[in-house]
Design a protein around this ligand. Structure first.
Ligand SMILES: [Zn+2]
Length: 140
């Protein structure tokens, strides 16, 4: 009788952050601060509940007043502490050809409250990670 000599895979425990599905940017960045763990916005495939998601952070970087100059095609506004931006997307190859991505957040908090792709007809929908990356790529 032969006996297998294969060894079991290492039982090393992964960093708890790594066991959740997350976007590539969150995975590459990891956790670089003390305090609460990040919550990736794309763990269900499309934008959802989030905190310090790296892909969402890249979107906010192109539409926030902290920038030295906000790119053409991005309209940033605020009302009290609510911030929102409309990012023109009609030159970007996104399914359904949305006119814009609408983004809102509160102060400089890590949670981004809303992200909607807006169309000339039909209802808005949440963007995917890939669609956000196409937008970031276009504006940076
Ligand atoms: Zn993420």
């Amino acid at each position: 009788m032969s006996k297998t000599t294969e060894t079991e895979p290492s039982a090393e425990v992964a960093n708890p952050v790594d066991v959740f599905v997350m976007c590539v940017a969150c995975d590459n960045r990891g956790k670089t601060w003390k305090g609460s763990d990040p919550k990736c916005a794309f763990d269900c495939g499309v934008f959802g509940d989030n905190w310090n998601c790296a892909t969402v952070g890249m979107i906010r970087d192109i539409c926030y007043e902290g920038q030295s100059s906000i790119p053409d095609g991005v309209d940033y506004q605020y009302c009290e502490d609510d911030k929102y931006a409309t990012i023109k997307t009609d030159d970007i190859d996104i399914d359904g050809r949305p006119l814009a991505l609408w983004v809102s957040w509160y102060k400089s908090r890590g949670s981004t409250q809303a992200m909607w792709l807006l169309f000339d007809s039909g209802p808005p929908r949440h963007p995917t990670e890939l669609e956000c990356l196409l937008i970031v790529d276009f504006y940076t």
